[in-house]
Design a protein around this ligand. Structure first.
Ligand SMILES: CC(=O)SCCNC(=O)CCNC(=O)[C@H](O)C(C)(C)COP(=O)(O)OP(=O)(O)OC[C@H]1O[C@@H](n2cnc3c(N)ncnc32)[C@H](O)[C@@H]1OP(=O)(O)O
Ligand SMILES: O=C([O-])CC(=O)C(=O)O
Length: 376
C-alpha cells in the first residue's frame, strides 16, 4: 500500500450528506439510537435478530414474528456448491475480509437480485449465510475440514461460534456475540454505509452495495481497527510496558488503534457495554494480562490526549477471550453491519437521487496538448 499522507481536507466532517430515519449518532455528544431506541437498552434486553428485524422491517418483532424470522434465517444457512468451490480456492493466508468480499460478490452471481422487490429476501439470505461463508473458508483453508454450514442454533452469533469451534457455544459466549452484533449493527453515515448508499444511488444491486461496503469497512481507520488494536495489545506483557510504549507512540504521533472517533467527542456509548463483557470473559479465562493492559492503555490515552476507546477497542480482548482468531474480528463486524448497510440501501432506494458531490479543482489551468515529440 502507498504511504499515507495527512490531508488538509475536512473529510466532509459536519456536512450533511442526506437524511435518514434509521439512526442518530452523537446526539448530546455521546448518544446512539436505532429507530429511536437507545443502543444500550437494545443491548440489555433484545436479541440481534430482533434488532435486525427492527432495522430491516421497520419495527421490533412480536414474539410470533420473531419466531418466524429465526426459523427463516435458520433455513437459509446452507451454501451453494458453486460458492463452496470458490471458497476452497482462496488461500489460507488471504485476509478474511477479502474472503467476505469475494463470498458476497459470488453470491450475487448465483442468486442475483433481479429487481428491488426481492431486496428483503436477498438481505435475509446474506444475514443467514455470511457466518457460513467465513467459517467454511476458514475451517477448509486452515484445518482441511469441509464443515456442514447448517446448525440449529437460534442466534446468528451462536451459529458463528458453533461453526468456528465445531461445538455449540456456551451461554456466556453466545450472549457476548449477541451484544456485540447489536452494538455494531448500525451507525448512520459512517464510511462503509456511505459507500453502500453511494452505490445504491446509481440503482445498482444489493450485492454490489454490500460488497463495496465490505471493502470500505476493511481499513484500519474503520472496522479493521479491532484487529489492529489486538495486534498492538498483544505486544505487551504488562501494564507498565504498555504505558511506556503508548507514550512513545504518542510522542511519534502514531495513531493508537481503537481510540478516537469522527463524531463522538467524549465517549462512544458502545464502549462501556462491550468493556463489561470483556471484563467478564477475562474473569472466565483467568486473564491477568490482556484486560489490565487494555485498561492501562485506556487510562493513558485519556490522561495524555483526552481520547477515549471507541467500539472497536474492547471488542479486541472480548473476541480474543472467546478464542476467535484476530483476523476474523472484522468479518464479525460485517455479519452485524450488513443490517445497517442494507437498511440504508433500502432507504436510499425509497427516495433516490444519484449521489454526486462536487470537487474543488486544484490542478493546472487549461493548456494545449503538446505533440508527443515535444514532451518531456
Ligand atoms: C467502528 C469504527 O469504525 S470506530 C473508528 C475505528 N478507528 C480507529 O480506532 C482508528 C484510530 N482512530 C482514528 O484514526 C481517528 O480517531 C478516526 C479515523 C476514528 C477519526 O478521525 P478524525 O475525525 O480525523 O479525528 P479527529 O479530527 O477527532 O482527530 C483530532 C486529533 O486527534 C488525533 N487522533 C485522533 N485519533 C487518534 C488516535 N487513535 N491516536 C492518536 N491520535 C489520534 C488526530 O491525529 C488529530 O490530531 P491533530 O489535530 O494533531 O491532527
Ligand atoms: O461512525 C463512524 O465513523 C465509525 C463507527 O463508529 C461505526 O461505523 O460504527
Amino acid at each position: 500500500m502507498s504511504e499515507v499522507k495527512k490531508s488538509a481536507s475536512t473529510g466532509l466532517r459536519g456536512t450533511s450528506a442526506g437524511a435518514t430515519a434509521l439512526c442518530t449518532v452523537g446526539k448530546e455528544g455521546a448518544g446512539l439510537t436505532y429507530r429511536g431506541y437507545d443502543v444500550r437498552d437494545l443491548a440489555a434486553s433484545t436479541s440481534f435478530e430482533e434488532v435486525a428485524h427492527l432495522l430491516l422491517y421497520g419495527e421490533l418483532p412480536t414474539r410470533t414474528q420473531l419466531d418466524g424470522y429465526i426459523k427463516r434465517l435458520q433455513g437459509l444457512r446452507d451454501l451453494p456448491a458453486a460458492l463452496k468451490a470458490v471458497l476452497e480456492q482462496i488461500p489460507a493466508d488471504a485476509h478474511p475480509m477479502d474472503v467476505m468480499r469475494t463470498g458476497c460478490s459470488m453470491l450475487g452471481n448465483l442468486e442475483t437480485e433481479a429487481d428491488f422487490s426481492q431486496q428483503l429476501d436477498v438481505v435475509d439470505r446474506m444475514l443467514a449465510v455470511f457466518p457460513s461463508i467465513i467459517t467454511y473458508w476458514y475451517r477448509y483453508s486452515h484445518d482441511g475440514v469441509r464443515i456442514d454450514p447448517v446448525t440449529d442454533d437460534v442466534s446468528v452469533g451462536g451459529h458463528f461460534l458453533h461453526l468456528l469451534h465445531g461445538k455449540p457455544a456456551s451461554q456466556l459466549h453466545a450472549d457476548v456475540m449477541n451484544t456485540s452484533l447489536i452494538l455494531y449493527a448500525e451507525h448512520e453515515f459512517n464510511a462503509s454505509t456511505f459507500t453502500a448508499r453511494v452505490c445504491a444511488s446509481t440503482l445498482s444491486d444489493m450485492h454490489s452495495c454490500i460488497t463495496g461496503a465490505i471493502g470500505s469497512l476493511r481499513g484500519p481507520l474503520h472496522g479493521g481497527a479491532n484487529e489492529a488494536a489486538m495486534e498492538m495489545l498483544e505486544r505487551w506483557s504488562d501494564p507498565d510496558e504498555a504505558e511506556q510504549a503508548i507514550l512513545g507512540m504518542l510522542e511519534r504521533k502514531d495513531k493508537i488503534m481503537g481510540f478516537g472517533h469522527a463524531i463522538y467527542r467524549t465517549s462512544d456509548p458502545r464502549n462501556a457495554v462491550i468493556k463489561e463483557w470483556s471484563r467478564k470473559l477475562a474473569d472466565e479465562v483467568g486473564d491477568t494480562t490482556l484486560f489490565p493492559v487494555s485498561e492501562r492503555v485506556d487510562e493513558v490515552m485519556w490522561r495524555e490526549k483526552k481520547l477515549f476507546p471507541n467500539a472497536d477497542f474492547y471488542h479486541a480482548s472480548a473476541y480474543h477471550f472467546m478464542g476467535i482468531p484476530t483476523k476474523l474480528f472484522t468479518p464479525i463486524f460485517v455479519m452485524s453491519r450488513l443490517t445497517g448497510w442494507a437498511a440504508h440501501v433500502m432507504e436510499q432506494r425509497e427516495n433516490n437521487r444519484i449521489i454526486r458531490p462536487s470537487a474543488d479543482y486544484t490542478g493546472p489551468e487549461l493548456r494545449p496538448v503538446p505533440p508527443i515529440a515535444e514532451r518531456g
